[in-house]
Design a binder for this molecule. Structure first.
Ligand code: ADP
Length: 188
């Protein structure tokens, strides 16, 4: 499955809300939405674990015209394509609008979100309840790997901007783009 082949709804995966025992032949599909500006090892940990739980996972880059980002949506998508190439069941896409509309259009019943700390939970719970109420789309929360509980794209950008070493926080392809962008080689 590639970015260009995220299937529309109406196929085999349009059971809203998921379920413990899907009909035979049902494709279990989930979405990991986010800004991914840029993708970090924390994101990749969640994406990899979601790929083990579901038949197909769509990682959707949320395009926000108002919020300024370091990388364009195409760059963010490309970095995700490169760093998830080892998964045969992960597709990357970009979207603008509501996650639940994307889910409806593509027959995706579940949103997967990583939780780093209690501070994430307040906002994420509100969003999850709203999405369930709006469209019957459920949210699965995955506790982050403790190794990445402090990790956020904003932090990575700030450290890289000042030449700090982020090589343990992002995959090599992202490290290269960050270094190229900041013009400062990472230091230990
Ligand atoms: P941020 O800019 O805060 O890094 P994104 O919008 O790019 O967030 O992230 C999308 C989703 O990825 C978040 O809602 C969160 O569920 C998850 N996520 C982000 N960073 C981590 C991390 N370090 N560990 C686990 N999950 C994370």
């Amino acid at each position: 499955m590639t970015a260009a082949s995220v299937p529309p709804a109406g196929g085999t995966a349009d059971r809203a809300g998921g379920g413990a025992s899907p009909a035979p032949g049902t494709v279990r599909r989930a979405i990991c939405p986010g800004s991914f500006d840029p993708v970090t090892n924390g994101h990749l940990d969640i994406i990899g674990r979601a790929a083990e739980l579901y038949d197909e996972v769509v990682v959707a880059v949320f395009v926000n015209q108002v919020k300024s980002s370091l990388f364009s949506s195409d760059e963010r998508r490309d970095m995700l394509v490169e760093s998830t190439a080892q998964y045969g069941n992960v597709a990357i896409d970009t979207f603008e609008g509501l996650v639940v509309d994307y889910c409806r259009a593509h027959g995706i019943p579940v949103i997967v979100k990583g939780l780093r700390a209690v501070s994430d939970f307040d906002y994420e719970l509100q969003m999850a309840q709203m999405n369930r109420g709006l469209a019957g789309v459920d949210t699965l929360f995955m506790p982050t790997n403790p190794e990445y509980s402090f990790l956020a794209s904003s932090l990575v950008k700030e450290i890289a901007k000042w030449g700090g070493d982020v090589s343990a926080l992002v995959p090599p392809n992202v490290l290269k783009r960050l270094t190229d962008r900041s013009g400062t080689p990472g230091r230990a």
